[in-house]
Design a binder for this molecule. Sequence first.
Ligand code: PMP
Length: 380
Amino acid sequence: MIYFDSAATLPLRKEAGETYLSESTSCFGNANSPHSFGRESARSLERARKGILRLLGIEGTHRLLFLSGATEANNLALKGVARAYRSRGGRIISSEGEHESVLEPLKALAREGFDVVLLPLDPRTGTIRLEDLRDALDERTILVSLMAVNNETGAITPLPEVRSLLREHPKCYLHSDFTQGAFKGLPYPYGTADLISMSAHKFGGPKGAGFLALRKDVRPLPLMEGGGQEEGLRPGTSDVPSALATLKALELAKGEEKDALRIASLLRGRILSYLLAHPSDFLVNSPEEGSPFLLDFSLLHKKASVVEEALSLRGIYVSTTSACSSRRDLPSHVLLAMGRGKEEAKNAIRLSFSLLNQEEDAPRFLSALEEIMKETIDSL
Ligand code: PMP
């Protein structure tokens, strides 16, 4: 098997699974219980929280809330901050290329009367133009939300430059969805953003676990009411085993970052050269300077769903657009935002790499692709 879908999810790391199991079965006390067994769980939860903040290099500036994943983190960051700081002004700026878990909450906020501005993507860089952001920022802007790494193309948002533009707007917070950027060789620190969303399963932690890190002064409103856990921002019995497994997975991801970058760059480089050498068949959508972990391209004469299925029959697993939207067979909103045509946006293949891959995966993938391109009669 060749697994080129690491941006969709990764398997649970063995050590994270062991941590989860041993914490669930031996230290299973409720972190809110007053007795010493419960207090032990509460201490473990704080150890996980501090450990993650330390790994991300933001222990002095940010705090952290354990949530069910990046979808929840994005919802809490956007709705929680927008509703808490509404009196400062109602403008929120984001981009057309964000993940659905940002775009859908933004639609909900627009229905509540917020002035939501979505910036288009530059076709060359796959990210926003800083001039567009500068023009959209005004004294009513309370929040800017821009993903660190695009989950389809791998385009990297220049967050330090965004931060510089925000210097003139000190009351505006910067949220960034770092789901595809956890220890993926990003050229800037996590603390560049005031609010940071991440999902554990993208770095080998448990599915259904993730977090939102927030700068100490940011006070969002909760989306749920209940028992007051996680500063009252995420009530419900704390999932201490998941929190510790998330810490373990992140530690391992950090330790492997260089090796993962090496294999991803190698695979991406080999496959990209092939695609660029066949411009009548393929259109590369990923920017050259994008994340080495992602490579997205459109098929100019074939249906992506047919090619994806043919690859799958050969044990090669790829995505058409992102895993979340590919089942709906819709054109990719990211590619449309980059100005690609509807057919190009519909017939895109996304490859994503990790340490589950080996060097030989590139030639094996390319010979399968070449074969399928010759065989597949189902043209557009
Ligand atoms: N943001 C990005 C950029 C993603 O790639 C994903 C996962 N596809 C999410 C958010 C949502 O993560 P989850 O499904 O784990 O909540």
